[in-house]
Design a protein. Sequence first.
Length: 312
Amino acid sequence: MRVYSALNPTEILALLPSRAQHVLSEWQFEAPPLLQATLSGTAADFARLSGNGQLWLGKTKLRGSLLNSASAGFVLKEMVAHCNEVQVSRDEGSGNGSLTYDFGRDALTIEHFKASLYPEALAEWVDPAAARIVQLMHFAKPPNLSVEGTVQYKRGAQNDLRLRLDFENVDAQALTKKIAFLKDYQGQVSGNLELGTEIGAAAEFSVRGNLEVADARVSRVRLFAPLMTRLKPLGIHEPLQMRLAFQLTPNALKLGSLQLISDMLAVRLSGSVHLLGGLFDLAGNLDGGATRIHGVGTLNQPIWELDSAIRQ
């Protein structure tokens, strides 16, 4: 059986199987898609069809996020469609890769996808849970991003999705509202972020990342203001360079490494910030251990202790 169609699927939605209706319900076709396929099966039942074909999309919205055009070749077998050479374009850029959609499990597996697109648009297409995290970030220009993993729409707790963003010179204040000591900082940030699903008793999205802040003035931030007052006599002067390796979950910000670098001196800290209540605990040292540093309290009322490790 050969199929050639330029119909808008929404016009014949009631005639399609319930499974197809569910998939198409989140699509809005501003231009009719074009489908060309060769299919065969033992019965006129979608579950028994197999074959291959090509799909072309014009302007289309998926979960409200617009794409200008898209195309893919596909192979259908046992209710699983493998799509290769997937091409997507929007005003700001384009992307390409390959993916598989399992109609029986209602699961999307992205083997690989690389793009220069705004991540909030891509996240809306792939996973609404990821979109809620990405919407906290705003980029003046699209970062380079890559995606891989599986989203199971019926069983979200079993998702395993990774979204990586690489960017330069992003406004720190707009980057994220949850990294407490960046939201009040005005300056430029470069680095990479990896968003992924943490699978446990309750699956939740987390963000891992590495950030580098040039010409940082952290004394403007309430958390670090009293620390910088005490570090200034020891040779730490602003502006300085800040490097950060972290993991952000809905409940806490875990700092694997926070470095404040001023000329030949460096403060190195690690610890965590609890987002509910704003409690924090950071510890480390200055100049390779010459001075120990410990910070506790809340983000609004921090208490910093400095102790010289080498006593005369």
